[in-house]
Design a protein around this ligand. Structure first.
Ligand SMILES: C[S@@+](CC[C@H](N)C(=O)[O-])C[C@H]1O[C@@H](n2cnc3c(N)ncnc32)[C@H](O)[C@@H]1O
Length: 276
């Protein structure tokens, strides 16, 4: 069946929904992207009419479940292990430093805020695990990993990765991995036990919560939002940092953002801020 074109009015309606619920902006040049993603999902479940599918999406619990499927199609989940090495090195340095300075046993908490299929979160976990092993002083770590896409979070929890992804994981960290067969590997159970996965929309970051982290790792997601939404999200993330906590962003995530409680980490090729 031929794809049915999104009218101007429909484009405005659907892109408006995306902006409202996810903060994601789909500019006019990307109208074809929006159309093809919605259409292919509609065809999968037997819809041919954008208006009827719209009503379905907006119809209670079933509509919410369908919305989460559509979100998965409309979001980009490109990721990899140790995607930005200098940022991971910063986290490692920070963890070691805090272990050495801690007066009692340190419990170091990291939040990967848009974990996609889990590679970023497990990279942080493998790194934290190796730091704990190397240090004489006892320390614990815990990783919270969230994403707005529930199918992506389900894959992250499952942690089945193809062998070609192994190349970006330093061999010194391989003892945290378990080979499943010639094609797949997973993460060892004792590391998985330190992880908590959940569905979370960054637009909700300003809702009240007392949970605080030593590191908030937020890469390759803010670029999908408008500048004002990016700032609101960053201001919200600051409230979730422990004293001296680190906010690690992607280098191209935002230009010239500042916050009175944060100071920029002065390192090359890194965009990170520390709570004063
Ligand atoms: C390109 S991936 C980045 C994954 C990982 N952070 C990395 O750098 O490799 C972007 C992720 O952001 C998620 N995302 C998009 N909008 C979001 C929102 N409003 N709240 C939370 N996550 C969101 C997508 O589902 C997707 O998994």
């Amino acid at each position: 069946m031929q794809i049915s074109p999104l009218t101007e009015e429909e484009y405005l309606r659907w892109s408006g929904l995306l902006a409202e619920r996810l903060g994601i902006i789909v500019p006019k040049e990307r109208k074809m992207f929006l159309q093809s993603k919605i259409w292919s999902r509609m065809r999968e479940i037997g819809y041919q009419d954008y208006a009827k599918y719209w009503d379905y999406i907006n119809s209670g619990i079933e509509g919410n479940l369908e919305w989460s499927q559509l979100v998965d199609r409309l979001t980009v989940h490109e990721t990899s292990f140790y995607r930005h090495q200098p940022s991971f090195e910063l986290v490692k340095e920070d963890f070691v430093d805090k272990i050495l300075k801690a007066k009692e046993t340190l419990r170091y908490k990291i939040w990967s805020v848009s974990c996609a299929t889990g590679e970023e979160a497990y990279s942080l976990a493998l790194l934290a695990h190796s730091v704990c092993k190397e240090q004489e002083k006892k320390a614990y770590y815990g990783i919270t990993a969230t994403d707005v896409s529930s199918p992506a979070v389900a894959l992250a929890k499952q942690a089945f990765y193809s062998m070609d992804k192994l190349a970006t994981i330093d061999s010194s960290l391989h003892d945290g991995l378990e080979k499943l067969n010639t094609e797949m590997f997973t993460i060892k159970e004792h590391i998985k036990k330190r992880m908590a996965f959940g569905v979370f929309n960054l637009l909700d970051v300003n809702k009240p919560s007392n949970i605080k982290y030593d590191v908030i790792y937020c890469q390759n997601v803010l670029m999908y939002f408008e500048r004002s939404v990016r700032e609101q999200i960053l201001d919200g993330l600051v409230k979730h940092l422990n004293r001296d906590g680190l906010l690690v962003l992607g280098q191209t995530e935002i230009n010239s953002w500042s916050h009175h409680k944060m100071k920029r980490v002065n390192k090359n090729r890194i965009l990170a801020f520390r709570l004063k």
